[in-house]
Unconditional design. Structure first.
Length: 387
């Protein structure tokens, strides 16, 4: 690699980081506005037109706040931990394509690289709590590791299912296999010319594998630490979790990584299940942004709707529901691919599985209320009679 290539790569990385920073600012504004509408509030309105300058004001405030480091903390670990959370979140975008040609470096094993990088952020959270030399921070870091490791398993199993469906680890091939063949002709020609195979399904995977989308979104929210899975740094929990001793720019790095990971989960969901950047009439990059931001709104909608789980509920849900369900997803996709069944058969198996598990969860979570109502002699689901 000569000097020109190094310079070009450096400029490309700087441009990518700038774009992602602007995306994070947009996500904070959209989240406040969207949650405001859900909760019948206005959201930001004062700073700039429609409150558009509010994210910039918040960013300036975080940068200018005093950055305090405890005297008893391990300074090296304290400084490195935020970088170990941010850098993997940024490096994921090196191989995530926004269009067929708009990608910094497309990799044939891109799916494998993404899963490998997602795991590294766990180390940053653990080191953040440990390096702070704070018992609450250390405990929050361990809780974060337990949560992320637990929900990493179903996330990886969904990725394995997607690889089975598309018969590829290349993100471009995965997106192209979900659209009509004439739309994916360029990818098909390139893959076959290189001696590879192209498994063309022709419909978005959300239609034939809705179980995978549900598992991926839930596990992705747990990986990012969004409500209802923000237990390890929730305000009502053990102070600030692994971030309890962080302030100013250091805390802003964790904040930036969280929203960057949120956008990663939404983008991967769009690539895996919605056909990526493919669509009629509009430019490819615009279709990618539309689908990704639609998934972002779903994530924000979940935050404004569901209550936070307790740590025991969170871990039980991961090991008793999500992990077995993800293995079921691998099994049914393997059956579908091995026996070359029609696409509707996989859809039927996914919907039946979702229906059975949904009913089981409904019965499990409503049973205590039903038993309490029977104990007081009331009909389940009805309010108590007024005295």
């Amino acid at each position: 690699m000569n000097v020109i290539d190094v310079l070009f790569l450096t400029l490309a990385l700087l441009a990518l980081f700038t774009i992602l920073s602007v995306v994070v600012l947009s996500l904070t504004w959209i989240e406040r506005k969207f949650l405001g509408r859900l909760q019948r509030r206005l959201g930001p309105t004062r700073t700039g037109p429609f409150g558009l300058m509010q994210p910039i004001a918040d960013a300036v405030k975080l940068v200018l706040k005093e950055d305090m480091i405890p005297s008893w903390a391990d300074k090296t670990v304290f400084w490195v931990a935020p970088l170990l959370v941010l850098i993997p979140s940024f490096m994921l975008w090196v191989t995530i394509p926004a269009t067929n040609d708009l990608v910094l470096r497309n990799l044939e094993l891109g799916l494998f690289v993404i899963i490998a990088l997602l795991v590294i952020s766990i180390l940053g959270l653990v080191l953040a709590g440990w390096g702070s030399a704070n018992k609450y921070g250390a405990l929050g870091g361990l809780r974060a590791a337990a949560q992320l490791i637990s929900y990493e398993v179903p996330l990886i199993m969904v990725v394995v299912s997607i690889a089975i469906l598309a018969q590829s680890l290349d993100l471009r091939v995965i997106s192209a296999s979900q659209v009509p063949l004439e739309s994916a002709q360029s990818v098909f020609t390139e893959v076959t010319a290189e001696g590879g195979s192209f498994n063309h399904v022709g419909v978005p995977f959300v239609l034939i594998f809705p179980l995978g989308l549900v598992i991926f979104l839930i596990a992705g929210l747990a990986e990012v630490g969004r409500i209802p899975f923000d237990i390890y740094f929730a305000e009502s929990e053990i102070v600030g979790g692994p971030f309890v001793e962080y302030s100013g720019a250091h805390w802003a790095v964790f904040f930036l990584a969280e929203y960057m990971n949120t956008f990663v989960v939404a983008a991967l969901a769009a690539l895996f299940f919605l056909g990526g950047w493919y669509g009629p009439f509009l430019p490819e990059w615009l279709w990618f942004l539309i689908k990704t931001y639609c998934m972002v709104l779903v994530i924000f909608w979940i935050r404004g709707t569901f209550p936070r789980l307790r740590i025991d509920q969170l871990m039980a849900f991961g090991w008793k529901a999500m992990i077995p369900l993800s293995f079921v997803g691998v099994v049914i996709t393997s059956i579908y691919r091995f026996y070359d069944l029609p696409a509707w058969s996989l859809s039927l198996m996914s919907l039946i599985t979702l229906g059975v598990v949904g009913y089981w969860l409904y019965r499990r979570f409503t049973q205590p209320a039903i038993q309490l109502a029977k104990a007081y002699g009331r009909q389940p689901g009805r309010a108590a009679n007024a005295r």
